[in-house]
Write a protein that binds this ligand. Structure first.
Ligand SMILES: Cc1ncc(COP(=O)(O)O)c(C=O)c1O
Length: 366
């Protein structure tokens, strides 16, 4: 017997915890970002780590994205199987098993990958040459995040030369993600710091050009900075992801996008007038960016999460009726990690189910 709800089911009748995507809000987010990049020299290659869902990637492409960004080979594999033909893995892919998988993908799609190490370049080249495929390679440059990447300077030219000379590889450009700045609250400070930290890349790109190694792609940017890095030379591609859903963290700094993703939960217990216990905990919603936020119930605040329980407190219990069995929605504080906890999202319009989209790359961390 199938427990899958049918299109036409009201949201309130869906079993919980359930990730609910408001299709109209989601589509407005997709269209708004696409409009920003229409007629700009910089293009959008949205990060699919946010949604891990081919249906969403296809909608981003239909709105004008030039391809998609992924974090992992297994994630890229799901997207390639879904027919996506241009994929940037904005990450270093290290080790024979992953490199083998990457070369397979290069048969199906135009693949780009990031590097910051000569040995990794050699390993990628041997594998691609043996397989008879061509792989686009971007050098990751650290512009302040202090994660992966080499420092801007002569080492970039050395690596670019090595890539350009390596069979099976094409030197495609630079990856430089300003992740340390995407959440800076003050917009002016954010803009100033992003422009400052991107500036050294202009010298890098100029120097590459002089050495006959033009950077076709210079990729970076997130939802917090898309309009800054997206209009800042030498960036050519922006990797924003969260704008499709938003979360309480990004809503504080990016009010132009709408909250399209919520978790529907059921009240399972009312032990005291103030206390409401719901059926969603850390296994359904993440909290590394703070506790998620209930909507629809005025004065309700989530106080803690255990594995399968959420504890909500009501500011004024007399003013509102929230009996056991009633349902409410919660906005995640971090959409990307919350989505990765679910197999599917329930796509709704005007609070009625219209479709169910599998989160096909959910759990694809290899
Ligand atoms: C490499 C890379 N690019 C871009 C992003 C931007 O994503 P978002 O729009 O969700 O901030 C991230 C976020 O983790 C990232 O790791």
């Amino acid at each position: 017997m199938s427990y899958e709800p049918k299109p036409g089911t009201p949201v309130q009748e869906l079993d919980t915890p359930a990730l609910i995507l408001d299709l109209d809000k989601f589509q407005r987010n997709v269209d708004k970002m696409a409009r920003f990049f229409a007629n700009k020299p910089t293009v959008l290659r949205p990060h699919s780590k946010t949604h891990k869902c081919p249906q969403i990637a296809q909608r981003q492409l239909a709105a004008g994205a030039v391809g998609i960004t992924c974090a992992k080979v297994s994630e890229a594999s799901v997207m390639a199987q879904a027919g996506i033909r241009s994929i940037l893995i904005a990450n270093e892919i290290v080790g024979p098993a992953k490199i083998e998988r990457l070369t397979e993908l290069a048969r199906q799609a135009t693949m780009y990958v990031a590097v910051d190490d000569p040995n990794n370049i050699r390993a990628l080249s041997v594998a691609c040459h043996n397989k008879g495929v061509q792989l686009g390679v971007l050098i990751e440059v650290d512009i302040g995040m202090k994660r992966c990447g080499v420092q801007a300077g002569p080492v970039v030219i050395d690596l670019a030369r090595q890539i350009a000379d390596a069979p099976g590889l094409t030197f495609s450009g630079i990856l430089a993600y300003e992740g340390h700045l995407v959440m800076v609250q003050d917009p002016e400070e954010r803009a100033r710091r992003v422009r400052h930290d991107i500036q050294p890349l202009n010298d890098v790109v100029e120097s590459l050009e002089k050495h006959g190694l033009p950077a076709k792609i210079v990729s970076g940017g997130g939802t917090g900075t898309y309009d800054i890095s997206g209009t800042c030379p030498p960036m050519t591609e922006i990797e924003a992801g969260s704008y499709v859903f938003m979360d309480t963290t990004y809503l504080k700094i990016r009010p132009e996008f709408e909250s399209s993703l919520t978790l529907l939960v059921t009240v399972i217990s009312r032990p005291t007038p103030e206390r409401v216990i719901v059926d969603a905990g850390m296994k359904s919603i993440t909290h590394e960016f703070g506790l998620p936020q209930p909507v629809d119930v005025p004065g309700a605040a989530l106080r803690s999460l255990s594995e399968e329980h959420g504890k909500i407190e009501l500011a004024d219990p007399a003013a509102i009726s929230v009996p056991a069995g009633s349902k409410m929605r919660v906005i995640p504080s971090h959409c990307c990690t919350t989505v990765n906890l679910h197999d599917k999202m329930y796509v709704c319009q005007q609070d009625v189910l219209v479709d169910i989209w599998p989160i096909a790359a959910r759990g694809c961390v290899q």
